[in-house]
Design a protein around this ligand. Sequence first.
Ligand SMILES: [Zn+2]
Length: 312
Amino acid sequence: MASFVPDKVFDCHAHLWRGDAYAAPLPPGFPADMNSDDYLRLTGEVFPNRTLGAWFLPKPVVKRRDQALRVSEWVGESLAGKPTCRGAFLVKPEDDPEWVREHARRLGLRGLKCYHTFSLRKPTLNAEIPEYLPEAVMQVAHEEGWYVTLHMVKDRAVADPGNQHWIRTYCERYPDMKLILAHSARGFQPSHNFEGLPKLADLPNLYFDSSANCEPMAHVAIMRIFGHDRFMFGTDFGAASHSHGRHCSVADTFFWVYDDAPVWEERHTTIKPVSIVLEHLRSVKWACWAERLTDRQIEDVFWGNAARLFEL
Ligand SMILES: [Zn+2]
């Protein structure tokens, strides 16, 4: 894939975290505290000799809710001396919007990261968007011209009418806010993208990061329906990028399979699954090939689109 990856790679979905707040397993060799220097070193192993930049998201998997601010502070501290990087504030649904504005400004952060696990209604995988990204904070995002990364949930992702309703409502009411749908609109089942995205195609402030999605057709749907200039490469850097395995679309859903699953022994061989970031990169390559992107357009996906959006 080396001949496919352009000279400049902006990662539109890169997590940083603090070890004392982080509550999940880490890939081997990853430091407990992940700052921007360690991120650039580890990402440089995947993308050698490339100019790197990133939209840093505080890792939302925290041991206690009250640690969210500390992780946002960590991201803010990690931006020092990194002109090609930007960072987001980790917002919880109970946060006072003016408190969010004050701290994000103090930390030099330019947008929001939300996550369904902070939703107060259980199970959180069925949460409606305002239950983990309340409308009140979108007003602040609009006034500040912020970027908001949204990993939506619910079984059918962007094909779900509730998700469509809130994405449209937020984008129309808060036009200076830029909404980035993570994981290629979480289209781990690409048919959800083909069904749902046409209903949002008129929204000018809707963008997509490709991160962790290994299905080429999920990316194709975005580029075909919105144009390649709304589509930005991302890795979901962390356990999600560096675990080995991938997700597979099946029926009307998908599943994830990792290297500890009992599926890799075949009659004649043992399959060695590779890291998700490589599976993902290959899916982006295939999508760009299927959409007949020019070299210049591929450079847009890996850098130019993000450079314009984030005003690098
Ligand atoms: Zn992520």
